[in-house]
Write a protein that binds this ligand. Structure first.
Ligand code: SF4
Length: 191
């Protein structure tokens, strides 16, 4: 595709403009959905999708050359990573369970970490189109980590619980999830 994206198009139109290039990577589909949402102001991803500008340009050249992706978040979203003290821990957690030295996984990690700054469900903050897309993206990029979520905990809660447990911190109010009054907050429907 050579023409720049028309940001007044709806999400589905942008998606179909972006998906003109076949690619073998499943991440392409999820990135395309997130970018289509980002272009219409959905989700919380900030400028450069939360990536460093150099990373963003690499992603653009790799998956969406000539597509005219904007660099600034059309929503105006400005996430404040300064209030995210756990940023490095989240990055390290995801890296620990991912294939090393894979730029594609690094892009996904940075995007997920940015999405964690939002206040909705993680799939919504990322601009994915369904929770099942997020589950599939995590299972593909971090299979062993995703497999630990065998009770289908909400994904953002699950990631933060991994951080607490890694630090030996158990901030939950109950000794186990089964007897916890907050159970619906952690495991209820995430749609
Ligand atoms: S259900 Fe309760 S114990 Fe389990 S993770 Fe949530 S807050 Fe913690």
């Amino acid at each position: 595709m050579s023409a720049a994206l028309q940001l007044h198009d709806d999400r589905e139109q942008i998606y179909s403009r972006l998906t003109s290039k076949p690619t073998a990577s499943p991440n392409y589909e999820w990135l395309t959905c997130m970018i289509a949402s980002w272009c219409v102001g959905q989700g919380v991803l900030p400028d450069y999708l939360g990536l460093e500008s150099g990373q963003f340009n690499e992603l653009k050249e790799h998956f969406f050359p000539g597509c005219g992706l904007p660099e600034q978040a059309p929503s105006g979203s400005k996430l404040d990573f300064n209030r995210m003290l756990e940023k490095d821990d989240l990055v390290n957690l995801l890296k620990q369970f991912s294939e090393p030295d894979n730029p594609e996984t690094d892009w996904i990690i940075s995007i997920i970490v940015a999405g964690c700054l939002g206040s909705d469900h993680l799939w919504q903050d990322l601009g994915l189109w369904s929770r099942s897309q997020l589950s599939a993206m995590l299972q593909y990029n971090f299979p062993e980590l995703a497999a630990k979520n065998d009770k289908d905990m909400k994904w953002k809660k699950f990631l933060y619980k991994q951080l607490c447990e890694a630090e030996g911190l158990y901030l939950c109010r109950a000794p186990s999830c089964n007897v916890c009054i907050d159970y619906p907050k952690c495991y209820g429907p995430e749609e």
